[in-house]
Every structure is written in structure tokens, then in C-alpha cells.
Ligand binder design. Structure first.
Ligand SMILES: Cc1cc2nc3c(=O)[nH]c(=O)nc-3n(C[C@H](O)[C@H](O)[C@H](O)COP(=O)(O)OP(=O)(O)OC[C@H]3O[C@@H](n4cnc5c(N)ncnc54)[C@H](O)[C@@H]3O)c2cc1C
Ligand code: SF4
Length: 509
């Protein structure tokens, strides 16, 4: 009996469940650089290079370890365009008795794999992806019967399950589960920032860069590609972050610097999401740094919470609610995404910096994604689908299981509050408080309705007024709505007028 194991571009882990299930040397591994995967959104060019190069390196490692690997290189004119095409072609040439896959990261591919058995007439076995702390089934059990799903409670369960940052009595280290309240500092010029580890492209990566630049019309800049593309490099990037950035991660994780792209963020998500790093090995390295006194507890806890809290939680929501989740539009957004989301050409400094980072690096840190590009799309009332497609395309770490809940749920409140207890709507004041963009902007953050007023301001108040029926009863928004009540009718009218003007002229802001 011969098995065919499919490995997708985000499953580059030697311990992958589908690899463990096969007989090395006898069974076949299939890896393919596919047109459909390249083109279903307009991906950042650096994201495509990262995935293809990491795939090629991984295939070489598997071959060296004795696996029988069949590898399709990208060809824009190839007749094999999808996983189904690649598997069907392979099964025609080889006697395959069973196809084995690990649960893919996107519902679209999950659905495609589920249909394979019928189209091929060969049994297809889908194994759980055990590179996560929890499974979709366990998440569904946890969610069952709960009125609302909150990350914090799920996170505590994950802390207990993994034992991370737990003391010998089974209590959280430091006597608290969450040190987020300590993590809102504005960076004032010191300590010196840390940059993520940068890697010089090797021959394989250079070959992929040439291929991608000549044959794919993607988003963003390809120059300066410096991601690691092997597990060994990703582990070096992890060690580098723990040594240079982690200590300050907690304090400044919400900061919005005008002159830097990363500050103390790790840029590890791109490695985690394609399997070059394992989430638990990352958390253990972070915990180890705290236990040996190298970093404070708020930094270690803050970082670990992002991984075993948010990362696991959004994945749970994704598999619990897909495929209908993608259609959510609770706040009835109906505006198009401004064209400058793709070019970065806007006079709003915070947006120009966030989109510039995105174009250059296939990266923006969480607060840029949530409180700058995300917040603006929410306040403007953009159609969630367009926003989701943008986020899925432009980041090197973007796969739908993690991108969609963050965008549709956290940013756009499109799921009506399943993931977040209230929309993360904020005026320009928040952006001013967290960084130094506003000092460099042509708009005046202190103004609400004047001609040069920061567009976030009128849009923020207009957002609250427009959505009062849906959001006014939310206990976490009581303060905001009390402030709306205090507005004079003339001020409300001026806000509506300015917000309408912004919507009509958004392309030239
Ligand atoms: C609108 C929006 C879209 C996003 N899309 C993605 C995406 O496609 N892929 C993705 O990995 N993350 C996404 N995130 C979450 C988060 O912004 C990124 O994980 C983070 O910016 C990656 O950079 P980093 O590795 O430097 O993270 P750090 O700031 O160093 O954080 C550490 C790690 O925690 C994890 N993490 C932190 N926050 C989240 C979160 N909210 N959800 C899941 N994991 C989290 C990531 O693995 C990250 O590497 C999105 C957030 C928003 C608001
Ligand atoms: S003034 Fe407004 S648009 Fe300009 S940087 Fe500040 S928040 Fe952004």
C-alpha cells in the first residue's frame, strides 16, 4: 500500500502529523507551487518568495532525510493549477492507495481536500494539525453553552494546560493572569529599538526572487527580502528576539513610532504560521528568559498571551464559525476600500507609515493593523469583505484562519461581538497618545470639523452616531455614548457634514 502525503506551503514542520503517519522512503510526499494559491488574492511578493523558498528548502531537507518527494515548481502557464490537479496528475502516474493530509489552514483548501475523495475515488484521510495547543474540537467543547466567548478565559485554560508561567501550586506566576495594564507605555526615545534578525538570501532564495519578479504581478516591494527560510534560521530569529527585543515587548507593544517599522515586535508570526517555528518552543524560550531573570514578567506574560491566548483563540473561532463567518457584516459596511490602501499615497501620516511598512516589508505590527489601517476602515464603514481581502494579501503571515477573525471580528466587528466585546473604534487622540505620527502630519489632530481636522476625529463621532442602535446598549461603550449625548445638535450636524465630505473625498485625503 502506497500513501501520498500532501504538504502545503504553511505546513513546513518536520513533526507534521501527515509526515509522522507515512513510511519514509516508500510513501510519496507531494509539494506544489500552484497558480491558484498564488492568485486567489494579490499576495505581497515577499510573502510568495518566503513561502516558495521555504518550501524548496524544506523539500531538500525531507529528501536528505530519506523521503520520496515529488515537487512542482511554479510555472504560470502550467496546466496543474490547484491541489486537486496536482493530486489527480500524481495518482494517474503512480499507484496510490490513500491520500493523507494535515488539516489545512484555510477553509477553502479544507473544502477542496474534502472533495478529493469523491473526485479521485481514493480514500483521503485528514489528520488534525497538532502544531497548535488546542484542536477545533476542544475549542468547540469550551465554547458550547457560553453566552460570549472571551479570549481571557480561554487563555487561562491554555496556561493551565501548558503549565506556562504557572507556579508549583498551579497559580499564575506573579499572582496575576494578565499584565496588560502595564503594557501601554509611549516610547520616548529610549531604550534603543531592536530590529528583527535579517538574513542574506542564498542561491535558492535568489532563484525564487528572480522567478517571482518575472512572472507574478503581486503587491508590494520585493527589494530587500531578508526573511529566514529554514527552521534553523527561524530559530536564530527567535533567539535574537529573546535576547534583544523581548525585555521591552510588554512595555511598548502598543507604541506607534513614526520612524521605525518594528520597534520591539518580533516578526516571528511569518515563521510560526508556515511551521518553521513551533508555538510552544517559542513560548518556552520566552518563559526561560523570564525564569533566568533576563526579562520582566510583564514582557514574558504579554508575549505568551499573544501566542497561546490570541493565536489559539482566533483559530478556534475560525473553525467554529466557518464558512458563514466570512460573510459577517454586522455594522452594514458599504463603502469601497480606498485605493490608497494599495499604494500608501495619502497625506494621513499614520496611514501612510502603516501602509508604507506593509508595502516594504509585508509587515505591520499589531497596533498599526488594528488601530490605524483597521480603525480607519471601521470608522469609514468599508465593506468587510474588501478589508479582509486586503489583509489576507498584504502580510507575510496572512492565512485565513488567523487573518479573518482578526479582521472581520476584531477590526470590523462584522461578527457582532463574538470575538471582541466592543469595536476598537478610536479618534486621532489615541494615535497621538501612542506615538509621534501626528506631529508629522498635515492634519490637525486637535480639530474635529475644521477643514484641516484629522479625518479620524469626525469619522469617529459619526461612527458612534450612525451605529447607536446597534452599539448604544453595549455596557463597554457607555462612556463613549455619554460623550455623544453631550454634543450640541449643531456640533452633531457639523460632524455628519465633515464625515460625509470625508467619505466623498476619501481618495484625495
Ligand atoms: C486586522 C488584523 C489582521 C491580522 N492578520 C494577521 C495574520 O494574517 N496573521 C497573523 O499571524 N497575525 C495577524 N494579526 C495579528 C497580529 O497583528 C500579528 O500576529 C502580529 O502583528 C505579527 O507580528 P509579530 O510577529 O512581530 O508579532 P508580535 O507583536 O511580536 O507578537 C507575537 C506573536 O503573537 C501572535 N499574535 C499576536 N497577536 C495576535 C492575534 N491578534 N492573533 C493571532 N496571533 C497573534 C503572533 O504569532 C505574533 O508573532 C492581525 C491583526 C489584525 C488587527
Ligand atoms: S493627525 Fe490624524 S491622520 Fe494625521 S497622523 Fe494623527 S491620527 Fe493620523
Amino acid at each position: 500500500m502506497t500513501t501520498l502525503t500532501i504538504i502545503t506551503g504553511d505546513q513546513l514542520s518536520p513533526g507534521l502529523s501527515a509526515l509522522k503517519a507515512m513510511e519514509r522512503g516508500k510513501d510519496h510526499v507531494l509539494m506544489a507551487e500552484l497558480c491558484d494559491e498564488v492568485r486567489y488574492v494579490r499576495h505581497h511578493l515577499k510573502k510568495i518568495v518566503l513561502i516558495f523558498s521555504a518550501m524548496r528548502h524544506f523539500a531538500e531537507e525531507l529528501q536528505a532525510a530519506g523521503h520520496c518527494v515529488h515537487y512542482h515548481r511554479f510555472d504560470p502557464d502550467a496546466s496543474i493549477r490547484s491541489f486537486s490537479d496536482a493530486v489527480a496528475a500524481h495518482c494517474q502516474r503512480h499507484a496510490i492507495d490513500e491520500v493523507v493530509v494535515t488539516r489545512p489552514g484555510e477553509w477553502r483548501v479544507f473544502d477542496e481536500f474534502n472533495k478529493l475523495e469523491k473526485s479521485l475515488g481514493i480514500p483521503v484521510r485528514m489528520l488534525e494539525d497538532d502544531r497548535f495547543v488546542s484542536t477545533p474540537g476542544e475549542f468547540a467543547d469550551w465554547a458550547e453553552g457560553r453566552k460570549s466567548l472571551r479570549m481571557e478565559f480561554f487563555y487561562r485554560l491554555m496556561r493551565k494546560r501548558t503549565g506556562l508561567l504557572m507556579d508549583q501550586q498551579g497559580e499564575p506566576e506573579g499572582g496575576q493572569w494578565n499584565f496588560d495594564a502595564d503594557n501601554r507605555r509611549k516610547w520616548k526615545g529610549s531604550p534603543e529599538s531592536a530590529s528583527p534578525m535579517s538574513f542574506v538570501p542564498d542561491d535558492i532564495t535568489r532563484e525564487v526572487i528572480a522567478l517571482v519578479s518575472s512572472s507574478i504581478d503581486g503587491f508590494g516591494e520585493l527589494d530587500g527580502f531578508d526573511f529566514g527560510v529554514t527552521r534553523a534560521q527561524a530559530r536564530r530569529a527567535l533567539a535574537h528576539f529573546v535576547r534583544t527585543g523581548l525585555a521591552w515587548f510588554g512595555d511598548y507593544q502598543d507604541a506607534l513610532p513614526d520612524d521605525e517599522d518594528y520597534r520591539f515586535h518580533s516578526r516571528l508570526s511569518a515563521y510560526l504560521n508556515i511551521g518553521l517555528l513551533d508555538p510552544l518552543e517559542v513560548c518556552e524560550a520566552v518563559e526561560g528568559a523570564w525564569r533566568s531573570g533576563e526579562v520582566p514578567l510583564n514582557a514574558a506574560e504579554g508575549y505568551i498571551r499573544q501566542i497561546i491566548g490570541w493565536r489559539e483563540f482566533v483559530r478556534g473561532i475560525y473553525w467554529l464559525k466557518m464558512p458563514d463567518y466570512a460573510d459577517g457584516n454586522h455594522l452594514a459596511g458599504d463603502q469601497p476600500l480606498p485605493a490608497w490602501y494599495w499604494t500608501g499615497e495619502t497625506g494621513m501620516r499614520c496611514l501612510e507609515r502603516a501602509i508604507g511598512n506593509t508595502r516594504r516589508n509585508a509587515y505591520a505590527h499589531h497596533i498599526q493593523r488594528l488601530m490605524v489601517t483597521g480603525n480607519f476602515a471601521l470608522l469609514l464603514g468599508v465593506r468587510p469583505r474588501e478589508v479582509c481581502e486586503w489583509y489576507l494579501a498584504v502580510y507575510a503571515d496572512a492565512y485565513e484562519w488567523v487573518e479573518l477573525p482578526n479582521t472581520l471580528g476584531m477590526v470590523m466587528f462584522g461578527d457582532g461581538g463574538l470575538l471582541a466585546s466592543k469595536p476598537y473604534a478610536a479618534s486621532g487622540k489615541y494615535i497621538q497618545r501612542m506615538g509621534d505620527h501626528c506631529a508629522n502630519c498635515k492634519y490637525n489632530v486637535a480639530e474635529r470639523t475644521a477643514d484641516d481636522a484629522c479625518p479620524f476625529n469626525a469619522l469617529y463621532w459619526d461612527f458612534l452616531m450612525r451605529n447607536e442602535k446597534k452599539l448604544g446598549g453595549n455596557p463597554r461603550m457607555r462612556m463613549m455614548y455619554r460623550n455623544v449625548e453631550r454634543l450640541e445638535p449643531a456640533e452633531k450636524a457639523a460632524i455628519t457634514k465633515r464625515a460625509n465630505w470625508i467619505r466623498e473625498n476619501v481618495e484625495v485625503l
